[in-house]
Design a binder for this molecule. Structure first.
Ligand code: SAM
Length: 303
């Protein structure tokens, strides 16, 4: 891969698509063909000091590799053939949290463009079935392209509203795992994407006022967050209705408590059947804001 000038200090995370290769083979490829040196996994701030031409296995997730921030994979053969998926670490947690064994029947309720759907398929070794819902036809088209490139053969894309899926439809009778990554404020998307998104929304909304979604003192922002969080809650409550569901992974890319802990809290208050998992990725220590949910048992990722 080329190393480009990049002002951002976030390392470049690369997920190995286990449908195309193994982590060990990919590591060997970079060592033999690209002259990269494998360093031991490290956590947190140590990652900021990355020497050029070195890489590591991620400290927490076993199908993730970490490269210096300025590594460009867009022309790399392993990226072009779908072996490497460019996916930031936070967005790799939900599939690992769900971790359906091969052969499972899964729903991804808000799936497009499909990074997490393809990750779930990778962890399942393409064995089983994933119903991938998305309301947006164009985004679902992207999901089809992305998951085909990744070699996924167990995904059924559905251009449907997840909230209207009938939990008692026989085709969902064996659904045990549901991944929910619903629309959110996007307030937690970090700098390199922030800039791109802001540019895009400026072009798209030339004549409209642009909301700073992090400014929770703004009344319009408060209203937007309230309506997003009501929708997010509905997705979880709908997931509760599937007769055999036993694990739900809920994620957002928001920094706001109202979309995260508060949604989980409200969802738990509305059911007697579900509780927070105490066993989820134990090596990850940051678990939500103290006091807002059952602190210490909840899974929240801050990057
Ligand atoms: N999980 C995706 C990934 O990792 O690539 C990103 C999902 S994005 C945050 C949320 C998606 O939910 C959008 O594509 C949106 O069109 C879809 N969506 C919103 N409301 C929905 C609904 N009621 N039913 C199905 N999809 C919905």
């Amino acid at each position: 891969p080329k190393e480009i000038k990049n002002p951002f200090i976030l390392p470049r995370y690369v997920r190995v698509n286990l449908l195309k290769s193994t982590v060990d083979k990919v590591i060997e490829y970079f060592q033999k063909n690209n002259g990269y040196e494998l360093l031991p996994p490290v956590e947190g701030k140590e990652l900021a000091h990355f020497k050029p031409k070195t890489f590591r296995k991620d400290f927490h997730l076993n199908d993730l590799l970490v490269f210096p921030a300025n590594t460009d994979f867009h022309d790399h053969p392993l990226y072009l053939n779908g072996t490497l998926i460019l996916q930031d670490k936070a967005s790799c947690f939900p599939a690992h949290v769900l971790s359906p064994p091969p052969g499972s029947v899964v729903i991804d309720g808000c799936a497009a463009p499909g990074n997490k759907t393809s990750h779930v398929a990778s962890l399942m070794g393409n064995k089983g079935h994933i119903f991938a819902f998305d309301l947006d036809k164009r985004r679902l088209g992207l999901l089809k392209r992305l998951t085909t490139k990744a070699g996924c053969s167990c995904i059924e894309p559905l251009n449907e509203n997840f909230l209207e899926a009938d939990p008692n439809d026989p085709k969902y009778a064996d659904v045990e795992y549901i991944l929910l990554d619903p629309s959110c404020s996007g307030s937690g998307i970090v700098s390199r994407l922030d800039q791109i998104l802001n540019q895009k929304s400026q072009e798209e909304n030339e004549n409209e006022t642009i909301l700073d979604i992090k400014d929770t003192s703004n009344k319009l922002v408060q209203e937007r967050l309230k309506s997003l969080s009501d929708f997010q809650l509905l997705t979880i409550q709908h997931a509760f209705k599937f007769p055999k569901v036993k694990r739900i992974s809920y994620s957002t890319c928001s920094i706001h408590q109202i979309e995260n802990e508060d949604v989980v809290k409200r969802a738990l208050e509305s059911t007697n059947e579900f509780r927070l998992s105490a066993h989820c990725i134990p090596q990850w220590k940051r678990r939500g804001l103290e006091g807002s949910v059952e602190h210490g048992r909840c899974y929240f990722i801050y990057v």
